[in-house]
Design a binder for this molecule. Structure first.
Ligand code: ZN
Length: 345
């Protein structure tokens, strides 16, 4: 099979296609032919490398994917050749205490496709059968692959970690990003009032279509002042953070008393500080979150089935153009997601 293989970290030019033997499924595994793959910022980190973190190179990138079953392990039941499934981008061992209480992202053996084991930017992939998720009805593979990683991650942030309640106020940082556009939709589905930040009037229009009540152009407006005015000096109940250093201080200032800030990323830098007096006087909660459990993904897909959450695909590239897809995401020229059509399609 053909597969993109990252043998060394660097720019998009390190994404090279290699011929590899198709992986044979173990007893509880299935092999799928990739119909579509989805890109995330994680793909950029894996390609560029992260100081102090070691990725298992050479590695096939790609965390999101959709495929057609073409080979089954001997112990696999309830799945047939020819059926199409979404891949769960991350999964735990399924047997430890954390996995058994549904907290897979806390599992010591949690793996992420395209990060800690071979991913979806290939002709085929082999994964545990138990990690497959039904393809939502009415969605083409190149649309559906815009969902899994960002949907499970954002669901875990808002629902499991921040315990979002109906009618709360939510600030979503970078509403045009994958996480941001999903957070707007989830919060709106819970009848929450959403204010979000974007970089352009065009992105502001799109964010409103998704359910944001108020949009802040962060290049022109003071974000905490805008939030203060929108909430009549109260602040918001929940802040969805994933940008890091550049927005952190403002995000904390936007919180109401008893507010919760939940973060899953630090794309602009990882250094942050907080005035501890603000933390305890305002009784704030600062929450970290990463990836999600398969149960998060399955739960969230109910809202997709109801049409309350939809995948947002900005552009779809052929898998032959993976480098161009990386560049497009890297330059932040997108609203929502960049996806790839599989080699077979
Ligand atoms: Zn486990």
């Amino acid at each position: 099979m053909q597969a993109y293989v990252i043998a060394e970290h660097g720019g998009p030019e390190v994404l090279r296609v290699e011929e590899r033997p198709a992986p044979e499924p173990g007893p509880r595994e299935v092999r799928l032919r990739i119909l579509a793959a989805g890109l995330n910022h994680l793909d950029l980190w894996v390609r560029r490398g992260v100081p102090g973190h070691r990725f298992p190179l050479p590695l096939i990138p790609g965390s999101d994917g959709c495929g057609r079953v073409e080979a089954l392990g001997t112990d696999v039941r309830g799945i047939a050749e020819g059926e199409c499934y979404l891949l769960s981008p991350g999964f735990g061992c399924g047997e430890c205490a954390e996995c058994l209480r549904g907290e897979e992202p806390l599992c010591r053996h949690y793996v992420i496709l395209g990060e800690s084991r071979d991913g979806t930017c290939a002709e085929t992939i082999t994964v545990p059968a138990a990690t497959l998720v039904p393809l939502p009805a009415g969605l083409a593979p190149e649309e559906a692959v815009a969902l899994p990683l960002v949907l499970m991650t954002t669901w875990r942030m808002l629902i499991r970690r921040a315990h979002l309640r109906v009618g709360e106020t939510v600030l979503v940082q970078a509403g045009g990003s994958g996480i941001g556009s999903m957070a707007i939709q989830i919060a709106a589905a819970f009848a929450c009032r959403v204010i979000t930040t974007v970089g352009s009037p065009e992105k502001a229009r799109r964010a409103k279509e998704l359910g944001a009540e108020e949009v802040i152009l962060y290049r022109e407006q003071d974000v905490p002042a805008a939030v203060r005015s929108w909430t009549r000096k109260r602040g918001v109940d929940v802040v969805v953070e994933h940008t890091g250093e550049e927005t952190w201080e403002g995000s904390v200032r936007c919180l109401a008393r008893g507010g919760r800030l939940v973060t899953c990323g630090a794309t602009t830098g990882a250094a942050a500080s907080i005035d501890l007096r603000v933390l305890f006087f305002k009784q704030l909660s600062l929450l970290g979150s990463t990836m999600g459990a398969r149960s998060d993904l399955r739960e969230a897909l109910h809202l997709v089935a109801q049409g309350r959450i939809r995948p947002l695909v900005d552009r779809t590239f052929p898998l032959d153009d993976l480098a161009a897809a990386h560049r497009t995401l890297e330059e932040r020229r997108v609203f929502g997601k960049v996806t790839l059509r599989g080699w077979e399609c």
